[in-house]
Design a protein around this ligand. Structure first.
Ligand code: LLP
Length: 444
């Protein structure tokens, strides 16, 4: 068997490049985010805990608004959702991309206007569709042929629902095989290549209850290059032109999905948003002019790039062990609060916080507390060699797809979310407790 040795992830004490902009070194090894000392958060709220920097979330929303002034920016709620997050997104003028009745209802009950939401899903349940129609969701993105008749019937005679078609443009992009959605060999959308997308358009146009307002595509996630987006725009405009030629209809909207890549450790490539905005606009102008189409209203759906870098996960070290050549540092969380290293091989850069250390760095593997050898949070990272039980480790870029993908494995309970802003910390989501597990267990 050959073993592949990965290069060590090093994040020197001075490198805060993937941390929230507010991250600030304090005396004696302390670190503050949003003006609040992380060690104090650990004391007050216990560990593991997710810390979310409200200012960073808001600043990222504004960056999008500034980079895409004419586009509709829809935050992808699957990355992280809570009532406070809904309010921030609303106040910053973004829309919402939701993919279940759960996300939809939470957002509506937190006061978000349903007409600024788009509902996705490759397999929408009757409950999803019922909630979407009852609450008046802005657009529903059709993902399969069978959905067309089902949705039309649910809307009923006399009613009308705006819809889009999710198109698979045949473009390979995305940071990992499991999050590539632009090619035909995956479950989402209707392919351009075999005419499925065009066929769906024709069938939708034949239903009075469905108002087709545009096309949608989402080619993948954690994409760091603008080229696949540009290629996708070209193909989508090509389809819009064919729809116009076949049906005489000019579709007013084009939603290019999300997937904008961020850095999880220093030095990792990120998507250049300004370049993306410029190149998308340029390609839309050129392709539409060539096809003699008016430029459609652009929509984008970033999730990770808004929430991810605003979050930090804090853990307490429970055990340190040397086995053969490896040093394991075990913490009080793990794959139940962050399955991403196990699922996608993502490499995080934890750091010691809360006390100074002048010890030499050594190659360390940070593992969780779960009953599984694959429960690794960060393999081969440089951490001070004097790390010991009781120390605090902080993992940056923990704001997206952490809590939203957390599980109840080993009944450890999902961590709370604490928002930090202007020097104050407040609890947004409380810790899941044994009482929560017990209260759901109603049989005997
Ligand atoms: N729009 C649609 C239709 C999507 O399916 C997604 C993500 C997004 C927007 C937002 O993508 P983002 O900008 O956040 O990359 N669990 C994986 C990511 C799965 C993404 C699924 N869809 C992870 O932890 O990396």
């Amino acid at each position: 068997m050959t073993t592949v040795t990965l290069p060590e992830v090093t994040a020197g004490p001075d490198d805060l490049s993937v941390w929230p902009t507010s991250a600030n070194r304090l005396p004696h090894g302390g670190l503050a985010v949003g003006g609040v000392c992380l060690a104090e958060i650990a004391e007050r709220f216990d560990t593991p805990v997710y810390v979310l920097d409200e200012g960073e979330v808001r600043a990222r929303c504004r960056t999008y608004r500034d980079a895409f002034p004419d586009a509709e920016v829809l935050y992808a709620a699957k990355a992280f959702l809570s009532r406070a997050m809904v309010r921030w997104i609303d106040e910053e003028g973004l829309g919402l991309d939701v993919c279940s009745a759960g996300e939809l209802e939470l957002a509506v009950t937190a006061g978000f206007p349903a007409d600024r939401m788009v509902l996705h899903g490759n397999a929408k349940s009757p409950h999803d569709i019922e909630a979407a129609l009852r609450l008046g969701v802005g657009r529903i993105v059709i993902d399969s042929p069978s959905e067309i008749a089902r949705l039309a019937a649910a809307v009923g005679t006399g009613g009308s629902q705006k819809v889009m078609v999710r198109v698979v443009p045949g473009i390979m992009a995305g940071g990992h095989e499991k999050i590539r959605t632009g090619t035909d060999e995956q479950k989402f959308g209707l392919a351009l290549s075999d005419g499925s997308a065009q066929h769906a358009v024709a069938r939708i146009l034949g239903r009075r209850q469905l108002e087709l307002v545009g096309l949608h595509c989402h080619i993948g996630s954690q994409i760091t290059d603008v080229k696949p987006y540009v290629a996708a725009v070209r193909r989508m405009v090509g389809l819009m032109a064919r729809v116009r030629d076949t049906h005489g209809i000019v579709l007013p909207e084009l939603d290019m999905g999300g997937g904008h890549g961020i850095g999880y450790h220093p030095g990792e490539p990120v998507l250049d948003l300004t370049a993306l905005a410029r190149r998308l606009r340029a390609e839309l102008t050129v392709s539409c002019a060539a096809a003699k189409l008016p430029v459609p209203r652009l929509a984008i759906e970033p999730g990770r790039a808004i929430a991810g870098p605003a979050g930090v996960a804090l853990y307490r070290v429970l055990a340190v062990k040397r086995t053969g050549e490896r040093v394991f540092v075990a913490v009080d969380g793990g794959m139940s609060d962050n399955p991403r290293p196990a699922l996608y091989g993502v490499r995080y850069a934890p750091r010691l916080v809360g006390r100074p250390s002048t010890a030499e760095p050594r190659t360390t593997t940070v593992v969780g507390r779960h009953c599984e050898a694959g429960d690794i949070l960060a393999a081969d990272v440089a951490l001070p060699e004097d790390i010991h039980p009781g120390d605090l480790l902080a993992v940056p870029v923990a704001g997206a797809y952490h809590l939203s993908m957390a599980s109840g494995y080993n009944m450890v309970g999902r961590p709370p979310v604490v928002a930090v802003h202007d020097g104050t910390a407040r609890l947004l989501i409380r810790r899941e407790t044994l009482a929560d597990f017990r209260s759901r267990d109603i049989g005997d």
